[in-house]
Design a protein around this ligand. Sequence first.
Ligand code: FES
Ligand SMILES: [Fe+2]
Length: 432
Amino acid sequence: MSTFKYGGACEPGAAVVNLHGQVLVDGAFLECGFTQFTAHGIARKNDRYIIVSRLRETMSLSSFIPGVTASSIDGELLWGFWYPALRSDDLHGRALITSKRLDVPLVLGRDAAGKAFALRDICPHRAYPLSAGTCDGKTVECIYHGWRFDAHTGQCTEVPSITADSKLQCDRIYAGSFPCEERDGYVWVYFANPEGRATRLADGKPDRSDVPPAPELPKFSDRYRITHLTADLTCNMDTGITGLMDPAHGPFVHASWYWRSRRSIREKHKTFEPIPLGFRMSSHTPSANSGPYKLLRYYGDAITTQIDFVLPNMRTEIVRCGEKWFTNRTTVTPIGRDRCRLDFVAAWNLFPWLPVTTLLHVFGKRFIGQDQDVIERQQPGLKIQPRMMLIDDADRQARWYFQLKATYLASQQTGAPLVHPMDGPVTLKWRS
Ligand code: FES
Ligand SMILES: [Fe+2]
């Protein structure tokens, strides 16, 4: 059975499979413009290819394909990024705390100096959960047979059952381990791969030279306040993320006196520009029909807002008004394939006399709850009809997201350069 890979030529009779080894058939690529592919046959069990051979053409394809927008990369997880795994407050003392992200079971804790660490919660010996064991501030002990692992590198430091003349080199055994950093009240974990594998330096320490810095919310003054909101979404990451960048649902799902109403729907023109691994709604004066921005008029300075989306899952908004600023970031992180964690963090230096934290919690919770509700109700339908229509400019951002995701997956597999779906700035028009 022949298969073809990213960038390969399309041969009739090739097996087309996605990263899970699922066979993709006719039209499975329509969302990305792969209209001419026909796949036949059954892939071998371990074939793990995604086709993006027509990606380049796809990227310049601006025409809408009527009615069909299935995606071959729906729900595909993205490796090689930082994801928030826990709130910093969840980690205290020597406690071992579990978390699951990208279907990877994690055990997190702090070393004696308070630095957070993240290991795969599976003992390499017999798969016992390390989280059932203990941490002495330097190593984590598995309580099944007492093996110990360095909390930061996963390197095995002790196997109690071996005798003095044993040939076993226990320092060659590793538990999966993930780079771990704290920013903005979150414990971020870098997922290079599901196993927590790393290339090793001569001393056995993981080589983390290519790990980028963990994301951080922009702040524009030394003094500020910060708050967090969180919610679980019963959907895959793509549904969660495209919901995040969907401008058309606002007046319907979030209709309210303080946000906007159906009657306030008007035509919007927004300029977007490409940024690395994402796109930016260029800095502009916020819509006159968005309630919270009206409050900022109090300061009398010009108000601007800029919204970035970058892979894998991050929407960051920066609102500025003279010396005053308000920034926020939403991430939708897959817990598994059909469950996500939405994390929202906001920081600001405005209205110090107002209970902004309380207001954000009351209104933010309601707002996120409305999205949760929509997603929940979508699920039975999506099971029967997984294809989503992406129409016109209102859904252009969702299309860019899928295209960015496709090109990222392609470049990860083949090392091919990333192809950005945007050539330059573009103005999108919709009514909301
Ligand atoms: S399973 Fe962990 S030490 Fe044996
Ligand atoms: Fe929403």
